[in-house]
Design a protein around this ligand. Structure first.
Ligand code: NAD
Ligand code: UDX
Length: 436
C-alpha cells in the first residue's frame, strides 16, 4: 500500500514510521519546512524512545520519505491520513478544526485517483462528514471516501502502542474504503482486535476512551486526598481496587493531575460537544474542574511542607514534562505549579532530562534552568518531584540530604517508600500517604 501522512508531529511521524515498518510505502507531508528538512537529514524533531532507529531504518530501506509538497505525497497513494493538530479553540473550548479542514482542502486539490481519506486526528463527532463535504466542494470530480481511524498511542510508549494496540478502530461506510483500511492493518490483524463501526461511533470511541481514563485518574486523585485525611495509603487502595478485573489496575496512579496534549483538550471538547447536543456529560465536566484545581493546589502542598510560606525559599523542581519519556510540555502540571510557586515568593530552579528547551519558552525568565537534579537541589530549601523520570527514582538519598538546606522532599509521583526516606533522614511528603 502507498500511504501519505499529512502532519508529521507526535502522531503523524510515529504512525508514518510504523506503517513503513509494516512494509507500506509512506510519505510524510508537513507544512513546517524546518521539520521536514531536519527529518530528511535524519534528525528527529521530538523525543520519543526508539523513533530515531525506526525512522532511519525505514528511510534507508526506501519505504519512508518526507516532503512539504502535498502533490508529491498524494501521487498514486491508496490512503491519505490526516494527522494534524486539533487544539482547544481558546474562545469556547471546542476542538479547533482549522488545520483539519485546511488539510482536507489541500488533499482535494491534489488527489490522484481513488483515495481513502482517513481522519487520524482526534476530531469531534460529525467531523468526518464535514471533511467529506469540504473535499467534494473543493474538487467535485474527486473519487474518494472518508474513514475515521482514531489513534490511541501514548507518548513515551508510542511505537509499542502503535505496533501492538489494544484495538484498531475503523469507522466508515462502504466496502471499497474498508477493504483498503483492512489491507493497511493486515500485518497486525492476526493479533489485534479490529472494531469496524460507523463514522460517528468511531469518532466518539476516541473521546469516550480518553474521558474515561481522565475520570479514572481524577477518581484516584480524590481518593488520595481522602487517604491523607484518614490515614490510608492510596497505593494500597489502588492495588486493592485494581485487582477487581472489572476495574483494572491501570491508570490508578495518583499524582499532580493529568496533563498532556490529549486528556485536557479532549475532555473539554467532549464536554462542549455534548452540551451543544443537549446531552451533557456532567461527570466529565466535573473531572475537568477537579483536575484544574488539583494542578493549582500542588503548589500549596509545597508551601505546607515548608511550614506555610515559600517567601524567599529556593525550590528545586525535578521534572517539568507532563509525564516521563517525552519532551512534550502541552498542558503539563508544571505550567501551573511553577508560576504558583513563584507567586508565593519562591525562587525556582528546575531540571528536566528532555523538556527544558520547550519549557523555557512557556515559563517566565525567572526560572533558573539547571544541568542536573543535583545541581538543582544544591542549597535549595525543598525539592519537588513533578515528573516520574527514571533518574528521579534513583536519587542518592544521602547526597540529597547533604545538598538540601532543609531536607524536605515533596514527591508528587510517589516514587519512594516513606520508610526509606525516614531511614535516610529526609522529611518526605507524597500523595495519598502520610507525611513522614
Ligand atoms: P502535533 O502538533 O505534534 O503535529 C501536528 C503537525 O501537523 C505539525 O507538524 C504541523 O506542522 C502539521 N500540520 C498542520 N497543518 C498541516 C497541513 N495543512 N498540512 C501538513 N501538515 C500540517 O500534533 P500531534 O500531537 O501529533 O496530534 C495530532 C492529532 O492526533 C491531534 O488531533 C491529537 O489530538 C491526536 N492524538 C495525539 C496523540 C499524542 O499523544 N500526541 C495521541 C493520539 C491522538
Ligand atoms: C493519552 C492516552 O493515554 C492515549 O491513549 C491517547 O492516544 C493520547 O492521550 P498521553 O497523553 O501520551 O496519552 O499519556 P498518558 O500516559 O495517558 O498520561 C496522560 C496524563 O495522565 C499524564 O499527565 C500522566 O502523568 C497522567 N496519569 C496517567 C496519571 O496521573 N495517573 C495514571 O495512572 C496515568
Amino acid at each position: 500500500m502507498r500511504i501519505a501522512m499529512i502532519g508529521t508531529g507526535y502522531v503523524g511521524l510515529v504512525s508514518g514510521a510504523c506503517f513503513s515498518q509494516f512494509g507500506h510505502d509512506v510519505i510524510c507531508v508537513d507544512v513546517d519546512e524546518n521539520k521536514i528538512s531536519r527529518l530528511k537529514k535524519g534528525e528527529i524533531p521530538i523525543y520519543e524512545p526508539g523513533l530515531d532507529k525506526l525512522v532511519s531504518e525505514n528511510a534507508a530501506a526506501g519505504r519512508l520519505a518526507f516532503t512539504t509538497d502535498i502533490a508529491e505525497g498524494l501521487k498514486g497513494c491508496d490512503a491519505v491520513f490526516i494527522a494534524v493538530g486539533t487544539p482547544t479553540r481558546p474562545e469556547d473550548g471546542h476542538a479547533d478544526l482549522k488545520y483539519v479542514f485546511a488539510a482536507a482542502e489541500d488533499i482535494a486539490r491534489n488527489m490522484d485517483g481513488y483515495t481513502v481519506v482517513v481522519d487520524k486526528s482526534t476530531v469531534p463527532v460529525g467531523t468526518a462528514r464535514k471533511v467529506y463535504e469540504r473535499i467534494a466542494q473543493t474538487n467535485p470530480d474527486a473519487d474518494f471516501d472518508v474513514v475515521s481511524n482514531p489513534e490511541f498511542l501514548r507518548e513515551g510508549a508510542a511505537i509499542d502502542d502503535f505496533m501492538h494496540p489494544d484495538r484498531v478502530v475503523l469507522g466508515g461506510e462502504g466496502e471499497r474504503a474498508m477493504s483498503v483500511m483492512r489491507k493497511i492493518y493486515e500485518p497486525i490483524a492476526a493479533e489485534t482486535k479490529i472494531v469496524e463501526t460507523g463514522l460517528e461511533s468511531a469518532e466518539l470511541i476516541k473521546y469516550a476512551a480518553n474521558a474515561f481514563l481522565a475520570v479514572k485518574i481524577s477518581f484516584i486523585n480524590e481518593l488520595a486526598d481522602l487517604c491523607e485525611k484518614v490515614g490510608g495509603n492510596v497505593g494500597d487502595v489502588a492495588v486493592g481496587m485494581g485487582l477487581d478485573s472489572r476495574i483494572g489496575e491501570k491508570f490508578l496512579q495518583a499524582g499532580p493531575g493529568y496533563g498532556g496534549s490529549c486528556f485536557p483538550k479532549d475532555t473539554l471538547a467532549l464536554a462542549q460537544t455534548a452540551t451543544a447536543q443537549g446531552a451533557p456529560v456532567r461527570i466529565v465536566e466535573t473531572v475537568i474542574d477537579v483536575n484544574s484545581r488539583r494542578k493549582r493546589a500542588m503548589a500549596d502542598r509545597v508551601a505546607e511542607a515548608c511550614g506555610g510560606s515559600l517567601s524567599g525559599k529556593t525550590v528545586a523542581v525535578l521534572g517539568v514534562t507532563f509525564k516521563a519519556e517525552t519532551d512534550d510540555m502541552r498542558d503539563s502540571p508544571a505550567l501551573d505549579i511553577v508560576p504558583a510557586l513563584q507567586n508565593m515568593g519562591a525562587v525556582v530552579r528546575a531540571y528536566d532530562p528532555q523538556g527544558m528547551d520547550e519549557a523555557a519558552k512557556l515559563l517566565n525568565d525567572d526560572v533558573q534552568w539547571m544541568a542536573g537534579a543535583e545541581e538543582a537541589m544544591g542549597g535549595a530549601d525543598v525539592a519537588v518531584i513533578i515528573t516520574e523520570w527514571r533518574e528521579f527514582r534513583e536519587l542518592d538519598l544521602q547526597k540529597v540530604k547533604s545538598l538540601l538546606k532543609d531536607p524536605v522532599i515533596v514527591d508528587l509521583r510517589n516514587l519512594y517508600e516513606p520508610a526509606d526516606m525516614v531511614a535516610s533522614g529526609l522529611r518526605y511528603h507524597s500523595i495519598g500517604r502520610q507525611a513522614v
